[in-house]
Design a protein around this ligand. Structure first.
Ligand code: ATP
Ligand code: MG
Length: 237
């Protein structure tokens, strides 16, 4: 397993947001974490990146215990999060935002890799010297993903990337996730767009109030009546 999560707990005072959660992500796997508002999905991803402290359990990445490491240390080990709400720096240019994504790197290939992002997302290339505030919602999400890719992740975590995008852009986003997966990235995808997430992922984990209440092959979850009743038709906030 590339990522092993062992009995992870996240607490905020009395709120127990993630309760003894255990699962793994293999090198070549795309796994989706589903669940309604407040289920603990963001808390899980933030704890895996080290942005929110965990209060119990262990996180093993590439065979190493990273439970106590800081977010930049985890980035350097090539574990990287596209945060909820994108969180790009809107007063900086597109190019500066991408450079920020590579801050943890000390190699000399950053400029080449930024050009690679412009090739992948020509809209970003055309706006490289503009403030990120002029980008559309879809372009901002591409910038957030591009910035995260510049950390050269082996595992990329995405927190509700489709939120607020038009159906056409959601379609494009899922094509992008599929191609990143085919290029060899392991993916941990948090989504409320249950159906599309289960189409790209091989396995799914359903969280409710901090616990994994249902896990299984994506195909089985697609046909799961319990899940259908709980989530299908409620695929957005
Ligand atoms: N910084 C915080 N301080 C206190 N409580 C928090 C904090 N962040 C989240 N919580 C609480 O932890 C629980 C899980 O929240 P979390 O944001 O992880 O859920 P989520 O599944 O990502 O929800 P959403 O679908 O709305 O993004 C909720 O009860 C939430 O109110
Ligand atoms: Mg969330």
């Amino acid at each position: 397993m590339l990522l092993e999560v062992e009995s992870l707990d996240v607490r905020y005072g009395r709120t127990h947001a993630v309760k003894a959660l255990s699962f793994g992500v293999a090198q070549d796997e795309c796994i989706t974490v589903l669940g309604s508002n407040g289920a603990g999905k963001t808390s899980l991803l933030r704890a895996l990146q080290g942005l929110t402290p965990s209060s119990g359990g262990r996180v093993i990445f590439n065979g190493e215990d990273i439970t106590k490491l800081s977010p930049p240390q985890r980035l350097r080990r090539r574990l990287s999060l596209v945060p909820e709400g994108r969180q790009i720096a809107i007063s900086l240019t597109v190019h500066e935002n991408l450079q920020m994504g590579a801050y943890c790197r000390s190699d000399s290939d950053v400029a080449r890799d930024i050009n690679g992002i412009y090739e992948r997302f020509p809209n970003l290339g055309a706006r490289r010297d503009m403030q990120a505030s002029v980008l559309s919602g879809g372009e901002q999400q591409m910038l957030a993903i591009g910035r995260t890719l510049l950390a050269r992740p082996r595992l990329i975590m995405l927190d509700e990337p489709s939120l607020g995008l038009s159906p056409l852009l959601v379609e494009r986003l899922f094509e992008l996730i599929t191609s990143l997966h085919l290029e060899g990235l392991a993916i941990l995808l948090v989504e409320q767009n249950t159906q599309m997430a289960l189409e790209v992922a091989s396995r799914g984990i359903v969280m409710e109030l901090g616990r994994a209440t249902l896990t299984g092959a994506a195909h089985d979850l697609q046909n799961n009546e319990q899940l259908a009743a709980a989530y299908f038709g409620h695929s957005s906030h």
